[in-house]
Design a protein around this ligand. Structure first.
Ligand code: GLU
Length: 425
């Protein structure tokens, strides 16, 4: 057992899952809820690990490990993405699954929480190898996935194509087309308009609400965005369109800076062609490590978890942190940021636009009638602004930060349903 150091009144969490559990405990401590009931809703309902043998292009076999965790099905089917990354392990997937439960509850959509992943490095695999790996994964979880049980979606390094393979594998085994088994699909096979951009667009809706609350003018604000994938690039684009000057961006390969603001529309075009931000002519190179400490008003960590920790939180200069990624700020960092009056929009609220439009996609697949992009965006915006207002109100009433308030709202919503449904048997 590693040593558990003590920081003031609580134990320093040791892993991503412990971070998530710690956040839960902090909020649960503010609520008057039966201890046994809290234990029930805190831990994952079911965690499954599978071996995934894959024939590689050179004829050899490689063994991968896949995960699916259903954290909660109290409020509805487990919902959440599938991640392909070398760091994927049970601990991370369990944390991400728990955050999905609280995220779906914060925006009040009728889902529980789940997450899946495969420990692999997709940058070193061909499209054919990725397809075989994905189909083997989907086949292994045929009994787990389903429109009414567990609905995957994209996450880090997975996309519309990955979802199409999962939908097809599931459909072939079912001998009928089941579009609603996954969300984040291509439009022509039951995807929703607006889903591709939803997470990044939603991040900026919450930033806009935060700016309003803090009486800051978007046009006089600057931003730095860490990560230029589906979430980071679209968040940067929407910040740019809101009039915010995006002065710093980076992806895994390198960073860019321009004190006059980067033309994000041009950068997105550049990245489509070059697959990375480095080399973009409209900005100077930036050391990735410096991005988090940029002198900006808004910082959007939109890459991976555990980026802002007790080691570097004091160096953050931004007034607002908008968590595009899941879990980018550790609990120890939260304490430091709070002391420094940084306004943190927590992941379970900030990046909930993605799963909200996933919910719309699932609804549209089930009724077989598809909405316009305006309808999707308008409904997503309403849900996110209402969630933001609700969380902010609880935060102000209880004099707590937004993360604590969001967890309090979410836990209460899950508890209410447990009490109504009762315990089976
Ligand atoms: N992976 C995304 C998230 O972390 C989306 C999940 C979904 O749409 O189900 O929220």
């Amino acid at each position: 057992m590693p040593n558990r150091k003590r920081l003031k009144s609580y134990t320093i969490p040791l892993s991503t899952f412990e971070n998530a559990m710690h956040q839960f405990d902090q909020a649960a401590g503010k609520l008057n809820i039966d201890k046994g009931l809290l234990e029930f809703i805190k831990y994952p309902k079911r965690s499954i690990i599978v071996k995934l043998p894959v024939r590689m292009d050179d004829g050899t076999f490689e063994m991968f490990t896949g995960y699916r965790v259903q954290h909660s099905t109290v409020r509805g089917p487990a919902k959440g993405g599938i991640r392909y990354h070398p760091n994927v392990d049970l601990d991370e997937v369990q944390a991400l699954a728990a955050w999905m439960t609280w995220k779906c509850a914060v925006v009040n959509i009728p889902f529980g929480g789940g997450k899946g992943g495969i420990c692999c490095d997709p940058s070193k695999m061909s499209t054919n190898e990725l397809e075989r790996l994905t189909r083997r994964y989907a086949a292994s979880f045929y009994d787990t996935f389903g429109p009414e049980t567990d609905i995957p979606a994209p996450d880090v390094n997975t996309n519309e194509q990955t979802m199409a393979w999962i939908m097809d594998t599931y459909s072939m085994r079912s001998q009928r087309t089941v579009t609603s088994v996954v969300t984040g699909k291509p439009l022509c096979i039951g995807g929703s308009r607006g889903r591709h951009d939803a997470t990044g667009a939603g991040v900026v809706i919450t930033v806009r609400e935060a700016l309003k609350h803090l009486k800051m003018n978007p046009e006089k604000s600057t931003a730095a965005v860490q990560g230029f994938g589906n979430v980071g690039s679209i968040a940067a684009l929407h910040l740019f369109r809101l009039g915010v000057k995006v002065t710093h961006v980076c992806d895994v390969f390198g960073g860019l800076t321009n004190s006059k603001g980067i033309d994000i529309e041009a950068l997105i075009k550049y990245v489509k062609e070059h697959k990375k931000v480095v080399g973009f002519p409209g900005a100077k190179p930036l050391d990735i490590k410096k991005l988090l400490y940029a002198k900006v008003d808004i910082l959007v960590p939109a890459a991976l978890e555990n980026q802002i920790t007790e080691k570097n939180a004091a160096r953050v200069k931004a007034k607002i942190i908008a968590e595009g990624a899941n879990g980018p700020v550790t609990p120890e960092a939260d304490v430091i940021l709070k002391k420094n009056k940084v306004f943190v929009i927590p992941d379970i609220l900030c990046n909930a636009g993605g799963v909200t439009v996933s919910y719309f996609e699932w609804v549209q697949d089930r009724i077989g009638y598809f909405w316009t992009e305006e309808e999707v965006n308008e409904r997503m915006e309403r849900i996110l602004t209402e969630a933001f207002d609700g969380v902010l109100k609880i935060a102000l009433e209880n004099k707590v930060d937004l993360r604590m308030a969001a967890f309090m709202v979410a836990i209460q919503r899950v508890v209410e349903v447990v009490q109504l449904r009762g315990i089976y048997a």
